[in-house]
Ligand binder design. Structure first.
Ligand code: UGA
Length: 436
C-alpha cells in the first residue's frame, strides 16, 4: 500500500513510522521546513522511547520518507491520512478544525486516482462527512471515500500501543474503503488484534467517549483520594480493591495531581461543547473538567501546608514537570498550574526533569533547572514529586533528607511509602489519599 500521512505530530509520526514498519510505502508530509530538515537528518522531534530506531530502520529500508510536497505524496496514494492538530479553539473550547479542513482541500486538489481519505486526528462527530463535502466541492471529479480511524496510543508507550492495540476502530461507508483499511492493518488483523468496523459517526464518537471515560475514571479516584485523606482510608488500597472487580478494572485508578496532556483536557472540553451544541449537555464530563482543575489547585495548597502555610523565600525542589513520564510533552501538565503558583508566592523553585527542559524552559519562567535530584534537594525546604519518572522511584531517601534544610516531601504520585519516608529522616511526608 502507498500511504501519505499528512502531519508529523505525535500521532502522524508514530503512525507513519509504524505503517512503514508493516511494509507499506509511507510519505510523511509536513509544512514546517525546520521539522522536515530534522526528520530528514534522522532526528525525531519528540521524545518517544524506541521511535528513533524504528524510524531509522524504515528510512534505511527505503519505505519511509519525509516531504513538504503534499501534492506529490498524495498523487498515487492508496490512502491519505489526515493527522493534523485539532487544538482547543480559543474562546469557546471547541475543537479547531481549521487544519483538518485545509488539509482536505489540498488533498482534493492533489488526488489523481481512487484513494481513501482517512481522518486520524480526533474530530467531532460529523467531521468526516464535512471532509467528504469539502473534497467534493474542491474537486467534483475525484474518486474517493472517507474513513474515520481514531488513534488510541498513549505518549511514552506509543509504539507498543500502535503495534499491540486493544482494538482498531475503522469507520467506513463503502466496501471498497473497508478493503483498503483492511489491507493497511493486515499485519494486525493476522495477529488477531480486534478490528471494529463501524459507521463514520460512531467511530468519531468512540474516540471522545473513550477519552472522556478515562478522564472520568482518573477524576473519580482523585475525588475518592480527597475523601480518603479526611476519613483515614488509603486510596491505594481502595483502588486495588475496586480494580479487582472485573467490571471496573484496575487501570487508570492511580490517584495523582490531576490529568494533563495533549488529549484528555482538549477532548473533554470538545465533548462538552459538542453536547451543548446538540442540546444534550455532557454533565458528567463538564463536572470532570471542573474537578480536575480543583484537583490541580488542591496540590498547591498541599505544598503550602507542608511548608507551614507559606513558601515565601523557601527553596522547593520539584521532581518532574512533564504531564507524565517518558515524554517531553508539557501540554496541560499539572506542573503548569502548580509551579507558577509556588513561584508567584515567592518560592525559589528548582526543577529536575529528564526531558522537560526543552518545552519547560519557556513555559516555567523564574525556575532553576537542575540535572540531578540530590543537587536540587541540597539545602531545600521541600521536595515535591510531580511526575513519576522511573529515576525518581528508587532515590536514596536518606541522602535526600540529610542534605535538605527542612526534610519534608509532597509525593503527589504516591511512589513512596509514608513509613519509608519517615524512616529515611523526613519529618513530614504528604501524599495523595493516604494517612501521612
Ligand atoms: C491518552 C489515552 O490514554 C490514549 O488512549 C489516547 O490515544 C490519547 O490520550 C490521545 O487521545 O491521543 P496520553 O494523553 O498519552 O493518552 O496519556 P495517559 O497515559 O492516558 O495519561 C493522561 C494523564 O492522566 C496523565 O496526566 C497521567 O498522569 C494521568 N493519569 C493516568 C493519572 O493521573 N492516573 C492514572 O491512573 C492514569
Amino acid at each position: 500500500m502507498k500511504i501519505a500521512m499528512i502531519g508529523t505530530g505525535y500521532v502522524g509520526l508514530v503512525s507513519g513510522v509504524c505503517f512503514s514498519d508493516f511494509g507499506h510505502e509511507v510519505i510523511c508530509v509536513d509544512k514546517d521546513p525546520a521539522k522536515l530538515a530534522k526528520l530528514n537528518a534522522g532526528d525525531v522531534p519528540i521524545y518517544e522511547p524506541g521511535l528513533d530506531d524504528l524510524m531509522a530502520k524504515n528510512v534505511a529500508a527505503g519505505r519511509l520518507t519525509f516531504s513538504g510536497n503534499l501534492a506529490e505524496a498524495v498523487a498515487g496514494a492508496d490512502a491519505v491520512f489526515i493527522a493534523v492538530g485539532t487544538p482547543t479553539r480559543r474562546g469557546d473550547g471547541h475543537a479547531d478544525l481549521t487544519y483538518v479542513m485545509a488539509a482536505a482541500t489540498e488533498i482534493a486538489q492533489a488526488l489523481t486516482d481512487y484513494a481513501v481519505v482517512v481522518t486520524k486526528s480526533t474530530v467531532p462527530v460529523g467531521t468526516n462527512a464535512r471532509v467528504a463535502e469539502t473534497i467534493r466541492a474542491a474537486n467534483p471529479d475525484v474518486d474517493f471515500d472517507v474513513a474515520s480511524n481514531p488513534e488510541f496510543l498513549r505518549e511514552g508507550a506509543a509504539i507498543d500501543d500502535f503495534m499491540r492495540p486493544d482494538r482498531i476502530v475503522v469507520g467506513v461507508e463503502s466496501d471498497r474503503a473497508a478493503e483498503v483499511m483492511q489491507a493497511i492493518y493486515r499485519p494486525l488483523y493476522l495477529r488477531d488484534f480486534p478490528v471494529m468496523t463501524t459507521d463514520l459517526e460512531s467511530a468519531e464518537m468512540i474516540k471522545y467517549a473513550a477519552n472522556a471515560f478515562l478522564a472520568t475514571k482518573i477524576t473519580f479516584i482523585n475525588e475518592i483520594a480527597n475523601l480518603c485523606e479526611r476519613t483515614g482510608a488509603d486510596v491505594k488500597m481502595v483502588s486495588k480493591g475496586m480494580g479487582m472487580d472485573g467490571r471496573i478494572g484496575n487501570k487508570f485508578l492511580h490517584a495523582g495531581p490531576g490529568y494533563g496532556g495533549s488529549c484528555f483536557p482538549k477532548d473533554t472540553s470538545a465533548l462538552a461543547r459538542i453536547g451543548q451544541e446538540y442540546g444534550v449537555p455532557m454533565q458528567l464530563t463538564e463536572t470532570v473538567i471542573k474537578v480536575n482543575e480543583e484537583t490541580k489547585r488542591r496540590m498547591v495548597d498541599k505544598v503550602f501546608d507542608l511548608c507551614g502555610g507559606s513558601v515565601n523565600g523557601k527553596t522547593v525542589a520539584v521532581l518532574g514537570v512533564t504531564f507524565k513520564p517518558n515524554t517531553d510533552d508539557m501540554r496541560d501538565a499539572p506542573s503548569l498550574t502548580i509551579v507558577p503558583a509556588l513561584v508567584g508566592k515567592g518560592a525559589k523553585v528548582r526543577v529536575v526533569d529528564p526531558q522537560g527542559a526543552r518545552e519547560g524552559e519557556a513555559l516555567l519562567p523564574g525556575v532553576t533547572w537542575v540535572e540531578d535530584v540530590y543537587e536540587a534537594a541540597k539545602g531545600a525546604d521541600a521536595v515535591v514529586i510531580l511526575t513519576e519518572w522511573n529515576e525518581f522511584r528508587a532515590l536514596d531517601l536518606g541522602r535526600v533528607a540529610a542534605d535538605m534544610a527542612t526534610p519534608v516531601m509532597a509525593d503527589l504520585r504516591n511512589i513512596y511509602n509514608p513509613d519509608d519516608a519517615r524512616a529515611a529522616g523526613f519529618t513530614a511526608y504528604v501524599s495523595i489519599g493516604r494517612k501521612d
